[in-house]
Design a protein around this ligand. Structure first.
Ligand SMILES: Nc1nc2c(ncn2[C@@H]2O[C@H](COP(=O)(O)OP(=O)(O)OP(=O)(O)O)[C@@H](O)[C@H]2O)c(=O)[nH]1
Length: 638
């Protein structure tokens, strides 16, 4: 491959990739356009200027749609590839890959049909290009973009405003600084009125990137010639004008072969008295070579800036991809792996909250250190162990037979009754820790960056964690209730053995009498009063006796409270915190293992807008990377 072929081929390949990815310069996407950075030859001309004839002559084949009105309604990117002498000519469309067209009348029909596919039969125009590649020994490597002909009036059946639309579209192509303008004007018309030259003058006033082509030289009035134009006197351009003689309508009707037509064109210039001195620089074959050479040199000059534009865009796209998150795999195994990874990321953050490193875990200690003791302090033991209450409970426990020594049953009932109160603070601690854990799950989910794009999985993890925490809470409640119940199942014997006073007093009724005498409870009158009181049955026991019972129970309960203040946190941590740390998502993992690919895929559902954007980014990244590879390979070949 020569350098020239590979450079134009390079741009061809990049252009095709651009169209596949919807990058044809126009369009309102927020990405920079690679297409626009690529040099290209845009063919412009007024209606009947001979534009189609020039293109067909450059190709050496009839293949463009004919007809009245505006026939070209979408840009046609015509990529010409020179093949070895004697090889079969064929055409290929980008939209019909792997189909080789060897019959060029079928190519013409396909262009017409493909035009209608996008624009509809309404004869609208569309900026989406049709890509046609032609492989032939009779072409030079060149890419031309055929644009709708500039016109002043729409013909019947074509929508109003199409004239302006065409002008806007053609302008969008030729105003790009990388566009080479092939401006076609007929020689039998004043050059000052040429639509092509008028537009070229506007967008390229210095004439640097305009190639002037003058057609229909053979149709000029006898005795006149176009030397003023061809020699650059009428309208000056940086590149020399090229004169062309295409087939006349009569030639076309007679089916004059294109190769024969080229031959006739050569003869025309060689034998023309006016143009013979310019013959070597006239004609469609010369034009094709001139353009090919120029395009190649423009591409060569542009490569460094294209390369840096590509690299810059790749960097931008890569960082956007990082921001959006990489695409998710499609097979079930990889999806399961992704889900597990995401869960692990969440779990790690959750653990950091508990173990410190992230805030929140300290609130659990707060429950044990403040809430629990405060709740215990607030328990209504004063009321439960008031003199009245003690007297009532003890008497009820005694039944018809007042206690003789110590009120064993009374003590038990008082203690049992008191211990029941501990359930409240115990359960409240469980609930308080549960809510702390729940809040930490919520925070951990929102702090897991990797999870941000997966709202569905976030909800799944939240639900699974919620269920697990609920189970831990149940378990924890059972355990703390049990701790409390255990306290009433067996009382600390030691404690009561240390209360000798009471026993002595009960064993010594004399002392009891003496004691009561102080308070005057021993006189008959007082006894009578006592008989009338509610505790008539126990008027034998003094207030002091019940007070002592009350205070004994109270200090026993105080001792139990101290124990529970220590054991409840242990139970709560064991059942809830430790479990949350080690097996919060265990159940979820088991469930995951049973799920099918489709369900896993659903869990990895993302925000559709985000997916769309990533898809765009991925495609673009692919385009730019392949463009970079293409450029690299060409640079090495040079
Ligand atoms: N004699 C002669 N006829 C030409 C020449 N160039 C074009 N024609 C004829 O002019 C008519 C229009 O040529 P086209 O090539 O179809 O021109 P166009 O600009 O593509 O026209 P539209 O697509 O219809 O706008 C055809 O009948 C051609 O045969 C030429 O150099 N000499």
């Amino acid at each position: 491959m020569t350098t020239m072929e590979s450079l134009i081929g390079l741009v061809n390949r990049i252009q095709r990739a651009c169209t596949v990815l919807g990058d044809y310069g126009s369009g309102d996407n927020s990405f920079s356009s690679l297409w626009e950075a690529l040099p290209s030859v845009a063919v412009v001309g007024g209606q009947s200027s001979g534009k189609s004839s020039v293109l067909e002559s450059i190709v050496g084949r009839d293949f463009l749609p004919r007809g009245s009105g505006i026939v070209t309604r979408r840009p046609l990117v015509l990529q010409l590839h020179k093949t070895d002498e004697g090889s079969q000519e064929y055409a290929e469309f980008l939209h019909l890959p792997r189909r080789k067209f060897t019959d060029f009348s079928v190519v013409r029909r396909e262009i017409e049909e493909e035009t209608d596919r996008i624009t509809g039969k309404t004869k609208q125009i569309s900026p989406i290009p049709i890509h046609l590649s032609i492989y032939s020994p009779n072409v030079v490597n060149l890419t031309l973009i055929d644009l709708p002909g500039l016109t002043k009036v729409a013909v019947e059946g074509q929508p109003e405003g199409i004239v302006q639309e065409i002008e806007t579209m053609v302008r969008s192509y030729v105003e790009k600084p990388n566009s080479i303008i092939l401006a076609i004007s007929p020689a039998n018309q004043d050059i000052a009125t040429s639509d092509a030259i008028k537009l070229a003058r506007e967008v390229d006033p210095t004439g640097e990137r305009t190639f002037g082509v003058l057609t229909k030289l053979d149709l000029m009035d006898k005795g006149t010639n176009a030397l003023d134009v061809l020699e650059g006197r009428s309208y000056r351009l940086q590149h020399p004008w090229v004169g062309i003689v295409n087939r006349s309508q009569a030639d076309i009707n007679k089916n004059i072969n294109m190769i024969v037509a080229r031959q006739k064109e050569r003869e025309y210039f060689a034998t023309s008295p006016d143009y013979a001195h310019l013959a070597s620089k006239m004609g469609s074959e010369y034009l094709a070579k001139l353009l090919s050479k120029h395009l190649e040199s423009v591409i060569r000059a542009r490569i460094p800036s294209i390369t840096s534009m590509i690299n810059k865009t790749i960097d931008e796209l890569e960082s956007e991809m990082d921001h959006l998150g990489r695409p998710i795999a499609v097979d079930a195994g990889a999806q399961l792996y992704t889900i597990l990874e995401l869960c692990r990321a969440f779990d790690k953050i959750f653990k950091e909250h508990l173990d410190g490193g992230r805030p929140g875990g300290d609130r659990i200690y707060g429950v044990f250190d403040n809430q629990l003791p405060a709740a215990i302090r607030k328990l209504p033991f004063d009321r439960h162990l008031s003199l009245e209450s003690v007297r009532k409970i003890v008497s009820e426990a005694d039944g018809y037979q007042p206690h003789l020594i110590a009120p064993e049953q009374g003590y038990r009932r008082l203690i049992d009754g008191s211990l029941k109160y501990f359930r409240g603070p115990a359960e409240a601690s469980v609930d308080a820790v549960h809510f702390v854990l729940k809040e930490l799950v919520r925070r951990s989910i929102s702090e897991t960056r990797e999870l941000r794009r997966f709202p569905t999985l976030q909800a799944e993890i939240a639900a699974a964690s919620g269920e697990a925490l609920e189970r831990f809470r149940e378990e924890s409640k059972k355990t703390v209730t049990r701790l409390v119940d255990m306290e009433s199942s067996y009382l600390t014997v030691e404690f009561f053995r240390k209360l000798p006073h009471e026993l002595e007093r009960l064993e010594n009724p004399g002392e009891r009498g003496a004691n009561s005498a102080d308070k005057g409870g021993n006189t008959p009158a007082e006894r009578g009063r006592a008989v009338n009181s509610s505790a008539s049955k126990f008027d034998g026991y003094s207030e002091g006796h019940f007070r002592r019972i009350g205070s004994n129970v109270s200090s026993y309960i105080g001792m139990v409270a101290d124990t529970l203040k220590n054991t409840i946190p242990k139970a709560v941590v064991y059942c809830q915190v430790k479990e949350a740390k080690t097996s919060l998502l265990n159940h979820f993992y088991t469930q995951l293992g049973k799920k099918e690919g489709k369900q896993l895929g659903m869990m990895l559902d993302e925000d559709p807008a985000l997916m769309e954007r990533r898809q765009q980014c991925t495609k673009r990244l692919e385009l730019y990377k392949s463009a970079r590879d293409e450029i690299d390979s060409v640079s090495w070949a040079r």
